[in-house]
Write a protein that binds this ligand. Structure first.
Ligand code: RIB
Ligand code: CA
Length: 347
């Protein structure tokens, strides 16, 4: 299987069409833990963080890193550097799991997208490693401590494999009941349109990297919303939006230019889906998407369906562990891209 297309972000339309205020914007900001398999732009996680940093509806309590797109150590080094560039070193970063719970590297894993299996030292991010290191506390202990200190108030935004979330749930009795919401970029639903996988015929990357963790997290009974491939396939970041972003000339957009100019000079038609950006955007403004309430479970059995998500409008025989959650399947892309560009270009 060939490499999965670059997972980047989006950006949108005419700035004059800036997104209307999100429903509930006047209310208190969502307290979030941002759990990510981060890599510097053009990776989608970095654009998702830029969106979160520029959105007053979100209060980022901390960032937890996990192996996925690359190793956990790379995720940590890259996110620390982006926070330094953004002058947001007030946000603490916690190192999480460097490997999935059970899933091991295979020839197949090494040949498709992602270096979650790698133990290589992280490369220096642009401009070098950040001065501020990660916190000494682990990602899992931070999640547990923060949720326990703010019962019913913390939303976990998980845009990588769910390893950290599952480990925290396994470690702390009753934790699931104290988490306000779980926002997940992940999955692909054959029962809805556009439901093919992107790493195996039916599995999406984040779920496939750690199917056992995804099953634990999605079965935990936490109120959850999923941004699966069904809906991200209806997004596309292209040169039109790149040009609007880099025109802003902020430290973050200059990083985007540095990392993406060559790509668009070589191929002005380059582009890609906006995975993690959409998950974050829909926490800010849920009206951007149309969703279905499905009973969802994860196939963690080794075999051709390893790592697939299964969703049904009703429970089914064999799917007794499935929990009902909100699964996005359509998006108002013009409104989303406008919102994204308007926010990422904020000074
Ligand atoms: O399948 C898309 C997801 O896999 C995104 O979260 C991307 O960052 C990778 O983790
Ligand atoms: Ca990701």
């Amino acid at each position: 299987m060939t490499a999965i297309p670059i997972r980047f972000f989006v950006c949108a339309a005419a700035l004059s069409l800036a997104a209307t205020p999100a429903a509930g914007q006047a209310t208190a900001a969502h307290k979030i833990i941002f759990d990510t398999d981060f890599v510097i732009p053009p990776q989608d996680d970095s654009f998702a963080l830029m969106l979160a940093l520029k959105s007053p509806e979100l209060q980022i309590l901390g960032i937890t890193t996990v192996a996925g797109n690359d190793s956990m150590e790379r995720a940590t080094a890259d996110v620390l550097r982006v926070l330094e560039i953004a002058k947001r070193t007030d946000i603490p970063v916690y190192r999480g799991a460097n490997m999935p719970l059970l899933h091991e590297k295979s020839d197949f894993a090494a040949s498709v997208h992602g270096r979650w299996w790698s133990d290589d030292p992280p490369p220096a991010p642009p401009g070098g490693f950040a001065e501020k290191p990660a916190e000494r506390e682990s990602a899992m202990d931070f999640i547990i401590r923060t949720v326990n200190a703010n019962p019913g108030e913390v939303t976990i935004v998980a845009i990588g494999p769910l390893t950290n979330v599952a480990m925290a749930l396994r470690q702390e009795p009753g934790l699931a009941k104290r988490i306000k919401r779980l926002v997940v970029m992940g999955g692909a639903f054959a029962s809805l349109p556009d439901g093919a996988g992107n790493v195996t015929p039916n599995a999406e990357f984040n779920i496939w990297v750690d199917p056992e963790a995804a099953r634990i997290a999605l079965r935990a009974g936490i109120p959850s919303q999923l941004t699966p491939l069904n809906v991200t396939r209806k997004t596309r970041f292209s040169k039109e939006w790149y040009d609007k972003i880099v025109a802003a000339k902020t430290p973050l957009t200059e990083l985007v230019r540095e990392r993406m100019a060559a790509r668009f000079e070589k191929d002005p038609n380059a582009g890609g889906q906006m995975y993690d950006q959409l998950a974050v955007a829909t926490l800010i403004d849920p009206t951007l998407v149309t969703s279905a309430d499905l009973f969802v479970d994860v196939d963690a059995n080794r075999g051709p369906s390893y790592g697939t998500t299964v969703g049904g409008r009703k429970p089914w025989g064999g799917g007794e562990g499935a929990q009902q959650m909100s699964v996005q399947h359509d998006v108002d892309f013009p409104r989303f891209i406008n919102m994204f560009v308007e926010r990422v270009t904020r000074k």
